[in-house]
Design a binder for this molecule. Structure first.
Ligand SMILES: Nc1ncnc2c1ncn2[C@@H]1O[C@H](COP(=O)(O)OP(=O)(O)OP(=O)(O)O)[C@@H](O)[C@H]1O
Ligand SMILES: [Mg+2]
Length: 323
């Protein structure tokens, strides 16, 4: 397992290495082929490849020295539009002489955080330097970008990656890092990150750092600081099936191996019980018991004994349901 941020390590270096976003990638590739570029506006949720794809385009266009011809500014870091204008001026006033492409690329991240007055000033700057500089504005929502800027840009909308691609990406990194990622672990990462590949990558890296063996859903939930609902569901089902000892084992695992707090467990049991597919009157009785145990726990009663009482109650009710 290697160190350093995996989100950087695995960031695609060329447009051809991007995952999905196929329509966007093919439009961007045609710009590279033509060696020309309009001003661009990239919008979409976090971790979907906006920054990655413009940097990949710059590499494809200028080659390894691409950094000489690109400038990345973060609108929310810069102190006001005057600072931005000054930086843009210094960067854009000289043409990209050493390159066969005549213009440079200015990337303005979080452009949607600029006030509308600042955006109007930016628009004028874009016009002044349009011969020597292309602007790539990036943001989460196009609604926050003023119309005169939108109409001067080709707009690209990045959607979150679909399940198959997102899972494929996670597996690709897990394989490369030689991790033992189980299907439940993969599922948990996907559920927690839904199409945000940065979040997925960071989650996998954090899990790998805490767990040298198999990475499953429990590993992921503990990285997320959440109780695994799957384990709690298992506990309830074992109880209802009358498997008292097995249910208690799961409970001990949650309390001791995972170090969860009893009141977190009881809260989760409560929400899972409400979702159970059993007659209402049994839910009422279970809720009553849960309330009582919750109270006793706040009074300092021993967590394991109290939660075992709850498991016993599940067994009794399970017998009645099946009886
Ligand atoms: N379509 C994609 N193909 C390959 N990697 C991707 C893709 N989308 C995101 N990633 C990965 O996720 C990480 C974050 O991507 P990127 O910086 O491009 O996100 P972003 O869309 O700019 O998000 P933000 O709005 O938070 O800046 C990178 O490590 C990158 O490797
Ligand atoms: Mg970005």
């Amino acid at each position: 397992m290697s160190s350093g941020m995996w989100a950087e390590k695995y960031r695609p270096k060329a447009l051809d290495e991007m995952w999905n976003q196929t329509e966007i990638v093919s439009r961007l590739k045609s710009f590279v082929k033509d060696r020309n570029l309009p001003h661009l506006l990239f919008v979409g949720p976090a971790g979907t490849g906006k920054t990655t794809s413009i940097l990949a385009l710059a590499r494809d266009l200028y080659g390894p020295a691409y950094q000489n011809y690109t400038l990345e500014l973060n609108a929310s870091d810069e102190r006001g539009i005057n600072v931005i204008r000054e930086k843009v001026k210094n960067f854009a006033r000289t043409a990209a002489i050493a390159s066969e492409v005549q213009f440079k690329i200015l990337i303005m991240d979080e452009a949607d955080s600029l006030t509308s007055a600042a955006q109007h000033a930016l628009r004028r700057t874009m016009e002044i330097y349009t011969r020597t500089c292309r602007f790539v504005l990036i943001g989460n929502y196009s609604e926050n970008i003023i119309e005169p800027i939108q109409s001067r840009c080709s707009v690209f909308r990045f959607g979150p990656l679909g399940e198959e691609d997102a899972k494929g990406w996670i597996k690709h990194i897990a394989d490369n890092e030689k991790l033992n990622l189980l299907p439940e672990g993969l599922e948990a990462i996907y559920e927690a990150s839904t199409g945000d590949l940065r979040k997925a990558t960071n989650l996998l890296q954090a899990a790998a750092a805490t767990q040298s063996g198999e990475i499953d859903d429990v590993t992921i939930y503990s990285v997320l600081g959440r109780v695994s609902p799957g384990r709690v569901r298992e506990l309830i089902n074992l109880g209802l099936k009358g498997q008292f000892m097995e249910a208690r084992e799961v409970l001990r695992g949650l309390l001791i191996d995972e170090g969860l707090a009893a009141d977190d467990i009881i809260r989760l049991i409560y929400s899972e019980v409400l979702r159970l597919n059993i007659p209402e009157r049994y839910k009422v009785r279970l809720s009553d018991t849960i309330g009582e145990i919750d109270y006793r726990l706040t009074q300092g009663a021993r967590a394991e004994i109290q939660l075992s009482t709850l498991v016993a109650k599940l067994v009794i009710i399970g017998e009645e349901i099946n009886g």
